[in-house]
Design a protein around this ligand. Structure first.
Ligand code: SF4
Length: 387
């Protein structure tokens, strides 16, 4: 099958900063949005012009930050630039991450009209007190309203994000969040374990003793509860942190990463992987704008890159295993691996497969290597043996 590419667009702005967040985003963006979008469009055009080969694009992802705070006209401008720079397939998945409070009926209609066909809505919790503790701007009512608004506008592919393991989160509160999320009938769910990053306000609150971090055992309990809860309701658990109502709603864009297929990243801090090369753009927004302004001074296809790293075959084989094993349903396609690298994974990773298969942590069957789903929450302890 012909190669397909994916594009990631980073929008590093948020209205306010959530207290657990250490992403590359800023709530003090002032008048930066318009010049940033101009730079993003310039970067897309420059990269497309300078790449020797361009393949059709089958997924586009607006991530952040908070892409939903972009004026609709700015999102339309980016999509128009993509359409003139790349061939977008007719069935391209075009996702926009959305803060629940940002989705008015008018905005939803405009987004749908311009071709956005999937919204990833940051519900995070079904409890307003938890949302307040997280420093989120929205309420449960906003999420309920956003889902209805999106459906009314014709969105047939909606994903909800939830966070589990927030400090002091009770088992009952987590169960209610799951129930409330499922009651909204999304097509896709992403469940993320709260990770306490040391430089965030949340970490400082924990250090001061005002909030208690959940133990690893309790985090694992919350995850296991969600696995059982969703399994009983027939959800398709296709990746360690992701479930869909049906395989057709699995995130095409994220599967591009997990299958180590090519993608380009545009915007400050965006990552890419193309032609055996990983790229990472400069983190700082002002530095990003300067890089794009000076793009004419070089011939690089990645004018904002802070890092461009050629990947060895060993790097790619290892990453194919680590990311592929995250896909619990599909796993690593061993024949595809052999076609891609000219050597079989069973030979390259013989010790790893033998040891973990003997302990029933890896299952090799039907031409695929899969992680035993029971080991999903401790997968990093298994993947470390591949590094
Ligand atoms: S909305 Fe997302 S990116 Fe923005 S501050 Fe909150 S967690 Fe961070």
């Amino acid at each position: 099958m012909k190669e397909r590419w994916s594009l990631y667009l980073h929008v590093p702005f948020c209205r306010t900063r959530c207290n657990y967040c250490d992403f590359v985003t800023s709530s003090k963006h002032g008048d930066l949005i318009a010049p940033y979008i101009d730079a993003l469009c310039a970067e897309i055009t420059i990269t497309a012009d300078r790449l020797i080969v361009r393949e059709p694009v089958h997924s586009v992802y607006f991530g952040g930050g908070t892409p939903s705070l972009l004026p609709a006209a700015q999102a339309a401008k980016i999509l128009a630039t993509i359409r003139s720079a790349f061939e977008l397939t007719d069935d391209a998945e075009i996702t926009l991450e959305t803060n629940p409070g940002d989705l008015t009926a008018e905005r939803a209609a405009v987004l749908r009209e311009m071709g956005v066909n999937r919204l990833s809505i940051g519900m995070q919790s079904g409890h307003d007190d938890e949302l307040r503790l997280m420093g989120r701007r929205h309420t449960l009512a906003d999420t309920v309203c956003a889902v209805k608004t999106a459906r009314d506008a014709g969105f047939e592919n909606l994903s909800l994000d939830l966070i589990f393991g927030y400090p002091n989160q009770s088992a009952a509160a987590w169960c209610e969040s799951l129930e409330l999320a499922c009651a909204l009938r999304p097509d896709h769910l992403s469940l993320y374990a709260m990770s306490i990053e040391s430089r965030t306000p949340l970490a400082r609150t924990i250090r001061s003793g005002k909030l208690a971090e959940l133990s690893d055992d309790l985090l694992a309990d919350r995850y296991d509860f969600a696995v059982d809860f969703l399994e009983r309701r027939g959800w398709n658990r296709y990746e360690i942190s992701n479930w869909s109502q049906d395989p057709e709603f699995e995130s095409r864009h994220n599967k591009q990463y997990w299958k180590l297929d090519p993608y380009l990243g545009f915007g400050a801090a965006a990552h890419g992987f193309i032609a055996h090369t990983r790229t990472r753009n400069v983190l700082n927004t002002a530095a990003y704008l300067r890089r794009i302004n000076r793009a004419g001074q070089s011939r690089s296809a990645f004018p904002a890159a802070a890092e461009i790293q050629r990947q060895s075959q060993e790097d790619e084989m290892r990453d194919t295993m680590i990311f592929g094993l995250r896909l619990l349903r599909e796993g690593v396609d061993l024949n595809r691996f052999a076609d891609r690298f000219g050597v079989r994974a069973e030979a390259v990773f013989a010790d790893f497969i033998r040891e973990h298969a003997a302990a029933n942590r890896i299952i090799v069957a039907d031409g695929r290597a899969r992680l035993n789903p029971r080991c999903a929450f401790v997968s990093n302890q298994i993947f470390v043996d591949l590094i």
